[in-house]
Write a protein that binds this ligand. Structure first.
Ligand code: PAF
Length: 284
């Protein structure tokens, strides 16, 4: 069934008030649109866990540090609504810029520590933009539950932190990364890759998987980095922003897999910034 597209906060509140009065849990899937199977897996999880499901679509200007990136970000609202039909969600919330950031908007939500590293260190202001919009989306939708992919693992941890710190009363549910057959993590940005760049991009996950296996066997990151970087460069990746192992909880950098940790990478393929992260087995 086609879900109602709600563009106005007052209309959204009218809906959520009725659901809340009936004691129904509200699950929210925040997105920037260009929905793929990764997003749809979040919607499926939200449907399992919540009485009411709202999918939000808003390309948030505050989280883009590069104006060209914001301009090129795919916008496919009609197609997105069609993909959501089979899930029978209760509302698709699509606020516009002024609805989200009215004239004079002056508030910034900033999560310290977790945002100093990885994408936070390479994309100035990105996580403040994410934290600010997510806080607004949580309060606007009266969310009880919110669903985020592990593909953006740092984002997931930042959102968990802010939900706890600000007592937002939202349970943040992390969901596994969904991958293409060749291992590339699904991402709206994959749409920006040419066919050739798209097939080369699979090398990112391939190299990471091999590194994770070696780390599990006791190798150090230092042992593996030179060859990994050479292979990524040979596959066509340029500007590797990071390729690091960090602990799951505090994102502290580690050399050996002696605590629960993940391998994180961000690199450019044909001008498109791709990120990925995978679990590393504990070193034997
Ligand atoms: O992951 C995303 O698509 C965005 O960062 C989010 C969470 C929707 C906030 O704009």
């Amino acid at each position: 069934m086609t879900a109602p597209i709600v563009r106005n906060l007052a209309d959204l509140r009218e809906m959520t008030r009725v659901w809340q009065r009936a004691g129904e849990t509200i699950g929210v899937v925040p997105t920037m649109g260009a929905l793929h199977d990764g997003h749809l897996s979040l919607v499926a999880r939200a449907k399992e866990m919540s009485a009411r499901v709202i999918v939000t679509i808003f390309v948030n200007p505050k989280q883009f540090n590069n104006p060209e990136d914001l301009e090129n970000y795919p916008r496919t609202e009609h197609e997105d609504a069609r993909k959501l039909e089979r899930f029978d969600v209760d509302a698709i919330y699509v606020p516009d810029g002024p609805q989200m950031y009215p004239d004079g908007f002056a508030t910034n939500i900033s999560v310290a520590g977790l945002t100093d590293v990885l994408c936070g260190a390479h994309r100035a202001g990105h996580f403040d933009g994410v934290a600010t919009v997510v806080t607004k989306l949580f309060t606007q939708t009266s969310a009880d539950l919110a669903f985020f992919g592990e593909k953006d693992f740092q984002q997931l941890q930042v959102v968990r932190r802010l939900a706890r710190d600000l007592d937002l009363g939202v349970e943040v549910v992390g969901c596994p990364t969904i991958r293409e057959i060749d291992g590339l993590a699904m991402s709206s940005r994959n749409l920006l890759l040419s066919d050739q760049a798209r097939s080369r991009a699979a090398a990112l996950n391939e190299v990471m998987e091999e590194m994770a296996e070696a780390l599990g066997q006791g190798a150090t990151i230092g042992d593996l980095l030179p060859e990994a970087k050479t292979r990524l460069t040979a596959a066509g990746f340029s500007d590797i922003d990071y390729l690091e192992m960090r602990t799951n909880d505090t994102l502290t950098q580690v050399e050996k897999a002696t605590k629960p940790a993940r391998l994180f990478a961000a690199a450019y393929m044909a001008g498109v910034r791709l990120i990925d992260n995978i679990d590393v087995p504990l070193a034997r």
